[in-house]
Design a protein around this ligand. Structure first.
Ligand SMILES: [Zn+2]
Ligand SMILES: [Zn+2]
Length: 359
């Protein structure tokens, strides 16, 4: 059954919470019932790793980091399976849905393991169980999504969290050729939202960010038709670009109070807004900002495993390759540099890569 070399040890990275990443040695795990062992190929860094773990351990509950191997955007190749696996086997290329749920609660049965209510069994990779910043990863077979041949492992790593999160939000508000879309916050999730909006047919895509490098990247990648530096005039900036009416759809990816208000006020009557950026707060006036203009605000958190399967199929059909948002790749030995760069925000997506995924 085993195809791997019987290496006794592997390297894995933990985040002590003082803006460093530390490599430690671990035994290579043995897959148990219904589990697989992945050779890691690509493990991308998420904004929430920086926000809730890297700088300091802020998270509680589902975002409580328990000192495990970091990395919740893993993609790799199966090298070994435990007993009882029914679909996947050695050699299969797979993405890991990054929260292992109990599989039996209401939310797990809907496919949204992110919202699993079992305190005893819900374990997110890279938060409460070992994640992808290691040579090998032990995963549950039920958490896997097949990676199509047309997509690279670094494409797949970003489906797990960034692209999946953006796609879920866009499905909730509905985006089509009828729409001009505003994206506030052009980090990896904002850029993913822009790339997906293009494929869904949005004809005008506007992006706002306070970091000039991010605006430049969004333009260079052809993801935004217009970019606007973040500032107090942003609502009128967007109204000017939309014949005074505002956009039909807005996607808030920054988590910043001012940007949230911009997203709400720069959306036209009957429009829809989705909030994807985490943390923080917002102040707006329900009557003029929302009710009298017949607007709807959606909240959205990650995605479901069935929608992830749907998304990888669409990515191939659309010839949309998430790895195009990766601006920097590092080997595991330089994982500390990878996190430091991501924390600076002066980059697109940052990936820790292995084998053929390294330049
Ligand atoms: Zn994430
Ligand atoms: Zn559950």
């Amino acid at each position: 059954m085993s195809q791997r070399n019987t290496e006794a040890e592997m390297q894995g990275a933990v985040l002590p919470g003082n803006s460093t990443a530390e490599i430690r040695s671990y035994p290579v795990p043995e897959p148990g019932w219904g589990q697989v062992l992945l050779r890691m190929k690509s493990s991308t860094i998420c904004g929430s790793d920086i926000r809730a773990i890297y700088r300091e351990h802020l998270g509680i509950g589902p975002e409580g980091y328990q000192g495990v191997i970091a990395g919740h955007e893993p993609c790799g190749q199966i090298v070994d399976t435990g007993p009882g696996c029914r679909r996947f086997g050695p050699g299969d290329r797979v993405i890991v849905y990054h929260i292992s749920g109990c599989g039996l609660c209401y939310d797990c049965r809907r496919g949204y393991m992110i919202s699993c209510t079992s305190e005893q069994h819900r374990r997110a990779y890279g938060w409460q169980r070992d994640g992808g910043m290691a040579d090998y990863l032990l995963a549950e077979e039920k958490d896997l999504v097949s990676l199509p041949d047309a997509l690279s492992y670094t494409d797949g790593a970003q489906v797990a969290c960034g692209f999946g999160t953006a796609y879920e939000g866009l499905q909730k508000i509905g985006v089509s050729g009828d729409d001009a879309v505003l994206i506030t916050g052009l980090g990896p999730v904002g850029l993913a939202a822009a790339a997906l909006c293009r494929k869904l047919g949005a004809n005008r895509i506007f992006g706002i960010d306070v970091l000039p490098g991010r605006l430049q990247l969004a333009r260079e990648l052809g993801l935004c038709d217009e970019t606007v530096p973040g500032g107090p005039e942003n609502v009128s900036d967007i109204l000017t670009l939309t014949a005074g009416r505002g956009v039909e759809r807005a996607v808030e990816c920054s988590g910043q109070a001012e940007a949230r208000v911009t997203a709400i006020r720069a959306t036209r009557r009957w429009g829809r807004i989705v909030l994807l950026g985490e943390g923080g707060t917002v102040q707006f006036q329900p009557s003029p900002d929302l009710m009298h203009d017949q607007k709807t605000i959606y909240g959205s958190w990650v995605t479901s495993i069935w929608r992830m399967e749907e998304l990888v199929e669409r990515l191939v059909r659309w010839q949309l390759f998430p790895s195009s948002l990766v601006t920097h790749r590092f080997p595991l030995a330089r994982v500390d540099e990878a996190y430091a760069l991501m924390a600076s925000g002066r980059c697109g997506k940052v990936a820790v890569c292995f084998d053929e995924e390294l330049p």
